[in-house]
Write a protein of this length. Structure first.
Length: 185
């Protein structure tokens, strides 16, 4: 099905003229897109941990800080590339994200915006009411416990404590209590 609108692809890599399908966590080779530039912006920084959802009323992306200043920690002083594409051949969406799309075919880039500081761009989107940040200081103890339990389960089910990669190191350093609990479980 060919759909004509603008699709965004976020990447930490610049200079791409054609986006090529890669195998990700859906076990198939896709190029991932979003019709929402904020969602694509998350993926300009490869951390493999994106705690976001959407406002029920407005469908605006909402980032949840699972620890103090998490958004700033992950995205501040990071350069990202927001690629714009049109006329892509979309296949079924293997994600649960309503504004996400995939293509099995390479896609030519129409335009690329260089984001010199991804965090600052996110704050700009927040000022424009296109993005919400659920800051750590505003999350109650019960809700935070739920998030920390999810982190524990992610560490444990992925055996992250037995790995030495970027994602595992991120989880170990940002969530030391959950890390130790999972390691001892």
């Amino acid at each position: 099905m060919k759909v004509e609108m603008t699709y965004y692809h976020g990447s930490p890599v610049g200079g791409i003229t054609t986006l090529k399908p890669n195998i990700s966590n859906h076990n198939d080779a896709y190029v991932y897109f979003s019709s929402n530039p904020v969602v694509a912006l998350f993926y300009t920084v490869r951390i493999h941990f994106y705690p976001y959802g959407f406002s029920k009323e407005s469908k605006v992306p909402k980032y949840f800080e699972y620890y103090k200043d998490a958004l700033k920690d992950v995205f501040s002083n990071k350069v990202g590339y927001l690629y714009e594409c049109e006329d892509i051949n979309i296949v079924e969406n293997p994600t649960n994200i309503f504004c996400a799309y995939v293509s099995r075919e390479p896609v030519r880039v129409k335009e690329c915006r260089v984001i010199s500081d991804v965090y600052e761009e996110m704050l700009r989107f927040e000022d424009e009411k296109l993005f919400e940040i659920r800051r750590y200081k505003d999350i109650g103890k019960e809700e935070l416990k739920k998030y920390r339990d999810m982190v524990f389960n992610t560490i444990k089910s992925g055996d992250l404590y037995q790995k030495d990669d970027e994602y595992s190191n991120y989880m170990r350093t940002r969530f030391p209590e959950e890390w130790e609990k999972a390691r001892k479980a």
